[in-house]
Design a protein around this ligand. Sequence first.
Ligand code: NDP
Length: 455
Amino acid sequence: MDYDLFVIGGGSAGVRCARIAAGHGARVAIAEERFWGGTCVNVGCVPKKLLVQAGEYGGFADDAAGFGWTIKKGPHDWAKLLAAKDREITRLNGIYRRLLNNAGATIFDERAVFIDAHTLDVGGQRITAERIVIATGGNPTRLDIPGADLGIISDNAFYLPTMPKRVAILGSGYIAVEFAGIFTSLGANVDLVFRQPLPLRGFDMDIREVSAEALRAQGIVLHSDVTPVRIVQNGDARTLALSDGSAIDADIVFFATGRSPATANLGLDQAGVTTNRAGAVLVDDQLRTAQPHIYAMGDVTDRMNLTPVATAEGHALADTLFGNRPRRISLENVPTAVFTTPPIATVGLTEEQAAARGPVDVYVEKFTPMRHTVSGRARKTLMKLVVDQASQKVLGAHMIGEDAAEIMQGLAIAIVCGATKADFDRTIGIHPTAAEEFVTMRTRTRVAGVAQAAE
Ligand code: NDP
């Protein structure tokens, strides 16, 4: 065999796995056909967060008036922002390559396709490997409606030549609400079109309600309970027809309606690797595919499509195979954030999930944060703990409000460690912060779950 390990895909999962495996002394090669760092670095988390931060400055300038500043906002320079974003991404691409080089991995800027279970075609070269990792990620998808080609996907949103004035965004998942915030904060009129009554299906209901209020307060027009029917060219613009008979005119229609695993034309059949109907590679809890020496991780497995999960999986597999340190990654209590303004962050079970398992004590605080009592901006913070009634373990923490993501990371440690409500209560707060509310929630808001029915 040419290599001990061949990794297909240079994104978060693949790069980490290749780098750590090579560091353990394995003979490692990695192929990437598009961009080093994958979705997260190039057309995902990193550029997205820079665009979110760009929008926040506009809000800070407005809010400063309440604190005595006179700030006259000039126009926003989209081209300048994108150039700064591109410079940062180029820097990160270089870092990813350097990390691999320094670890001793062989790099191929090529597409790799299976010829058989141990052989790959890598840009025309036949390469064999003892073990192979599939870490090819996923791609944004459009809905199958007439005129879908007239819409854009998130990959395009990072390279728009000019800032659109009117944007219609389809969907209400992470990407939809984050970009709704980005475009609005940079001056566009945004329509958010989704088929649920509230955005962010799967998140805690209290969070979804306050999120809808926050999106509206930013000026985003919410079109709930509708689906898109067709897109028609309308001069330079587009007209989006909806299932309720209404229509929206926009410069850009943006499909944020999900992503699909990148498994097409990889030769998976030749390798004996199986996928589900959506094309996701099927893996067991040790990331093994139907072929025990072929592994898959990250978005291509379509389980929990988050960068830190992918990197953790890559690291764990490399340690398991080559570092004499076998371990698995738990997909329980994975904290996550949605970078709207204000952001949302969460770890553990929602009230609805927890209540389905048994009785829970629910603590909710909703308040105007100190900053906005002075800035005058109508923006609420909501913080919530879901506590198992019998064991008093905190099962879930949820927040929408400034710094939610920064606060939730620390809470996630406590929840992973199995902290109880009493542990939260005996922790001294940091004053004055919003975060201290998480350790000062003394009064139960309600009981949910089975006991409530019994009461
Ligand atoms: P999501 O799966 O989160 O959301 C897809 C959205 O499209 C939902 O609102 C869904 O509605 C809607 N939708 C799907 N099919 C249809 C349809 N046929 N008609 C109408 N609406 C439809 O996908 P995203 O594209 O937003 O993001 C993909 C993944 O990437 C996320 O799940 C997340 O794992 C990851 N991500 C994480 C981020 C972060 O950590 N901050 C940021 C961005 C992405 P419904 O709810 O009704 O199904």
